[in-house]
Write a protein that binds this ligand. Structure first.
Ligand code: ATP
Length: 267
């Protein structure tokens, strides 16, 4: 079935603690996804069921995929990552069939987080054939999402996009991806925290990440991950030269910050 590799399954070992910042986003997800599972009676008393869907949007590299994996980690759920481009590369008919199979699989592997990245790919191409194909797939997706309500409460569908304005309007109606959550670029303290998290456990001198974060304006979480990778390589090179472990220094991180360009600005 997976010859097209439209989906990858994993049991993520990351949790919300691994996601730097985004506290409000985490709280919103907790209230909607996680707590209703853990305290079903309380939530049912208020007419609120677990499960459902939400849409994460924002610039690339700021943690949408990472957050979705962390949701699965928080509730010990399976994580299915759907590649919409791969499914769109199939024949009409075959795509819908595979999408249906995928939702079946999500139900059979519950609790399950089904992550659909680049949801804007269904947003209306200019090519007529492709448009038709997208429309068919949107319809199938709507069927599946509506079906989820009646089935069970332990399949969570998380959509993500950099361009929410391109998403098919039908997908945004109540009961579907009507909950939009903005995953914003990290603020200054969050950037310091993310660098510190990525460097944790590596040999390093005392580094003032908070001070360094002033040099990281407009950097995404992914950019900051790269910066720490760059600094790590510098320390590794020094260590190989010296023949012993040479820790990462503050100047390594500063240099790396200056050598990289932030990527959230173009968004
Ligand atoms: P895209 O829109 O390009 O798919 P995305 O928003 O899904 O981007 P991720 O793939 O989640 O971005 O982020 C890339 C990597 O950057 C993550 O694997 C993670 O290591 C790191 N990262 C991003 N944001 C954070 C964060 N808030 N805390 C810790 N790490 C982060």
């Amino acid at each position: 079935k997976d010859k097209h590799q439209i989906v990858e399954t994993e049991q993520p070992d990351v949790t919300f603690d691994d996601v730097g910042g985004l506290e409000e986003v985490k709280q919103q997800i907790r209230m909607n996804f996680i707590l209703p599972l853990q305290q079903p009676e309380l939530f049912q008393a208020f007419g609120k069921q677990a499960g459902g869907s939400l849409l994460l949007y924002g610039p690339p590299g700021c943690g949408k995929t990472f957050l979705a994996r962390a949701v699965a980690g928080e509730i010990n759920a399976n994580f299915l990552h759907l590649d919409l481009q791969a499914i769109l590369s199939m024949y009409i008919g075959e795509s819908e069939h595979n999408l249906h199979d995928l939702f079946e699989r999500a139900r059979s592997e519950k609790p399950c987080v089904l992550f659909i990245d680049e949801l804007d790919a269904l947003g209306g191409s200019r090519h007529q054939m492709r448009q038709h194909h997208e429309r068919m797939l949107v319809n199938q997706l709507l069927l599946e999402l509506d079906g989820l309500h009646s089935f069970n409460q332990e399949v969570f569908v998380i959509g993500a996009t950099n361009t929410p304005w391109y998403i098919d309007a039908a997908l945004r109606r109540p009961g579907r991806f009507n909950q939009l959550i903005f995953v914003m670029p990290p603020a200054k303290e969050e950037r310091g925290l993310i660098m510190q998290m990525k460097a944790a456990g590596k040999p390093q001198e005392k580094i003032d990440y908070d001070k360094l974060s002033a040099y990281s304006e407009h950097f995404s979480g992914a950019d900051l991950t790269q910066v720490i990778d760059d600094a790590t390589v510098k320390a590794l090179e020094r260590s190989m030269k010296a023949g012993s472990i040479q820790p990462i220094q503050e100047s390594d991180v500063l240099q790396s910050l200056k050598n990289r360009k932030p990527t959230t600005l173009e968004w």
